[in-house]
Design a binder for this molecule. Structure first.
Ligand SMILES: CC(C)(COP(=O)(O)OP(=O)(O)OC[C@H]1O[C@@H](n2cnc3c(N)ncnc32)[C@H](O)[C@@H]1OP(=O)(O)O)[C@@H](O)C(=O)NCCC(=O)NCCS
Length: 349
């Protein structure tokens, strides 16, 4: 969205660089997360490293970190120091449990936040409420706090636009994962979960049906959607069994074409190969080709926002460790090639 994002790593590289499996030395996780960022190394424990960081803060709009709470203060780079350096700075922290409260110092990763927030319990409820617990896929308890932080940062920038003052944004994985749970309301008002409420609602909310060559998901909410479906299918009284019978002999493509062109929400249940060929996702450029010098051309998810109909370019590969040291330190801090080389020799960058 136009931001120049500089990712600062310790000299040994950040954790997701090592996340297995490594493909020619590149972690798919880092390849995904690191796109469109410039990468620099910086030892924040060395006094020269701190100075360089402080210089960067003076020239930046936003600082985002996800250390355990108190780490930035120990480094002498906490909120009070950063606002002293740049009163307009927006300082956002993502942590497991937030920067206040009795669990403040507890470390966290995605599954920790999934477990503590009730999310794992809700995942189990989807499959078998007496069965095993599940961790939801896609590091959801990292991603949701990431989006939450983005909202906070953009709001703080908007506020700064009006007042000139920066702000502190404190995002907890626990809070973010609680805030997205409609089940809290279902539980407290009706003693049930969102999943159970849907399961109890018959075919009206959604249903998964097997066609002759795959599965389809239908959503038959009351009103004209259901009316359309009944007219098309000839089913006079809707039941899960009758819908299943109607879907069974048909091919998924036929069900999708017929229902979607008549205003009934329907989708194939696609695997990752299929979704990458979904003509809609392709038309919206939701898979972009990244040409990474380490592993070559491959697809990564595209960017889900469009402004003025424009596609955003998110095809810049994740940086190598310290790849942009010279570029960033010379461009932003005015250091010469020789100065950066000396900093490198001294283990500062
Ligand atoms: C991820 C996490 C569990 C790791 O815990 P940890 O290994 O104990 O790491 P901490 O964040 O507490 O501390 C990082 C240390 O590395 C140091 N460090 C980090 N970057 C550095 C740099 N560029 N230069 C020098 N030191 C650096 C910090 O100063 C700190 O050292 P200290 O404890 O001696 O002060 C913890 O940071 C955390 O809970 N983060 C919030 C939630 C989160 O983002 N989880 C990961 C989601 S994938």
């Amino acid at each position: 969205m136009g931001a120049d994002v500089v990712k600062i790593e310790p000299l040994w590289g950040e954790m997701t660089r090592m996340f297995p499996p490594l493909v020619k030395g590149l972690s798919p996780y880092f390849a995904f997360l690191g796109r469109c960022k410039r990468g620099v190394t910086l030892d924040l424990k060395k006094s020269r490293g701190k100075e360089l960081f402080e210089e960067l803060v003076r020239k930046s709009d936003v600082v985002l970190e996800n250390f355990s709470p108190g780490t930035m203060d120990r480094l002498g780079l906490g909120w009070e120091r950063l606002r002293e350096l740049n009163p307009g700075i927006v300082y956002a922290s993502i942590s497991g449990f937030g920067h206040s409260g009795p669990w403040r110092d507890f470390r966290s990763y995605d599954p920790i936040a999934q477990a503590a927030s009730g999310f794992m319990w809700l995942m189990r409820d989807v499959v078998d409420s007496e069965g095993d617990f599940f961790v939801a896929p896609e590091a959801i308890a990292d991603t949701v706090p990431g989006f939450t932080a983005l909202i906070g940062i953009l709001a703080a920038l908007f506020n700064r636009h009006n007042t000139g003052a920066g702000d502190r944004v404190d995002v907890a994985q626990l809070d973010s994962m609680i805030a997205i749970q409609q089940s809290v309301s279902f539980w407290n008002l009706a003693g049930t979960t969102f999943t159970q409420a849907i399961k109890g609602a018959g075919p009206s909310v959604y249903g998964l049906y097997e066609a002759s060559d795959g599965w389809v998901m239908l959503s038959l909410t009351a009103g004209r959607i259901t009316d359309n479906f009944m007219a098309l299918s000839g089913i006079e009284e809707l039941s899960v069994e009758r819908i299943a019978e109607w879907v069974k002999p048909r091919k998924t493509a036929e069900v999708i074409e017929l229902l979607s062109s008549n205003g009934v929400p329907v989708a194939p249940v696609d695997d990752l190969d299929m979704v990458q060929e979904n003509p809609q996702a392709v038309a919206r450029k939701m898979f972009v080709e990244v040409d990474d010098p380490r592993v070559g051309r491959h697809l990564q998810p595209g960017f889900p926002l469009r402004f003025g109909g424009e596609d955003m370019d998110v095809s810049t590969p994740a940086p190598g460790l310290g790849e942009h040291n010279l570029e960033v330190y010379s461009e932003l801090l005015g250091l010469s090639e020789e100065e950066v080389a000396v900093l490198h020799r001294e283990g500062v960058v």
